[in-house]
Design a protein around this ligand. Structure first.
Ligand SMILES: [Fe+2]
Length: 338
């Protein structure tokens, strides 16, 4: 049994429901660019990107292929397109309900976390174009009182890996589903931890995986391309459905086209995330904020631990330096694949 259990769905849906997801993707129609380069916020995150941990590791490793490409090319490879299909249990597009309330996902979430009360948190689509890839990372976890709306993402990730805040962590299960066959773009993940071997899941129509992606490192291998240059992606660009299984990247409606793709060339996945509570009392503590952690307590705990490990002296380093200490000490990435 792997260190972190995961569940494979093959198939996930009936043929009609699977085809319904492709239809839904087209009906939604336009997808904005999701960039990991936004600022890490004030205070402790000053001068760092939100996912400073994954960005640094990706640059160190030279991307998923260790090719030592310039930063601008790596950025274009990793800025994919993303939109929400549901928030909480509220559908944001008609037809997402069978996915949002998929019984198999709920059962699998109960199983991997051994927790009974499952509450869907979000459903979102990810679209990638040929030549794109997704850096190895673990997802941004959530703690009662400390979450991504308030605090930098790298800090939340380090908190999970430190193991020091598990009493406040809200275990989350993530289901990822694919609705076409795609060349390249394998989902690579490390169910036995960063030191274990990676498992590669080929992107195949109507399959899904459910994993604790807050704990298990994962990434997306490069989506096959004809070797041509990546489009020059700029923040604010959109991937747009043009009809008849054709898509394009545009600056804005009716704007200049930066790239054109057939559906078959894209990589489309849909992610489902759900909170997994031990019982109703735990869910109520989350809702009513009766047992919250805060940033001061979090940082004090980390500083004490870094000091005990001999990583910092009696003087607490300035914020940016402390941030780098926290990332380096707690987030142990898998070694780059050979
Ligand atoms: Fe992820």
């Amino acid at each position: 049994m792997p260190l972190h259990e995961y569940v494979l769905f093959d198939p996930l849906f009936s043929d009609a429901d699977a085809e319904g997801m492709v239809d839904l993707c087209q009906r939604f129609g336009r997808y904005g660019m999701y960039s990991a380069e936004n600022e890490g916020g004030p205070e402790i995150g000053e001068g760092l990107t939100q996912r400073h941990d994954a960005v640094l590791n990706h640059l160190k490793a030279g991307g998923m292929h260790g090719a030592g490409e310039p930063v601008s090319v790596l950025a274009a490879r990793t800025n994919y397109f993303r939109e929400e299909y549901a928030y909480g249990t509220r559908p944001l597009i008609e037809g997402i309900e069978p996915f949002l309330f998929h019984e198999g996902f709920v059962e699998a979430a109960r199983h991997i976390h051994d927790r009974r009360v499952i509450e869907p948190a979000i459903v979102f689509a990810n679209l990638m174009v040929p030549g794109q890839e997704l850096a190895l990372h673990t997802d941004v976890p959530e703690f009662r009182g400390v979450n991504r709306k308030l605090h930098p993402q790298w800090l939340l990730v380090a908190m999970r890996h430190s193991g020091l805040f598990e009493d406040w962590r809200m275990p989350i299960a993530t289901g990822v589903a694919w609705f076409h066959d795609c060349d390249g773009g394998e989902f690579a993940f490390y169910p036995d931890g960063a030191d274990g071997p990676p498992v590669y899941h080929k992107v195949a129509y109507n399959t899904a995986l459910l994993v604790d992606t807050d704990s298990v490192f994962h990434g997306v291998d490069r989506v096959a391309s004809d070797g041509g240059p990546l489009p020059r992606l700029r923040p604010g660009m959109q991937l747009v459905f043009d009809g008849d299984r054709q898509w394009s990247i545009r600056e804005h409606e009716g704007g200049e086209v930066a790239g054109r793709y057939a559906w078959e060339e894209l990589r489309f996945s849909v992610s489902w995330k759900a909170y997994c509570f031990a019982d109703e009392a735990e869910r109520d503590a989350w809702r009513s904020h009766t047992d919250d952690l805060d940033l001061d307590r979090t940082l004090a705990t980390l500083v004490d631990d870094l000091r005990a490990r001999g990583r910092i002296g009696s003087e607490t380093p300035p914020p940016k330096e402390l941030a780098i200490h926290i990332i380096d000490e707690y987030i142990g990435f898998p070694a780059p694949a050979a």
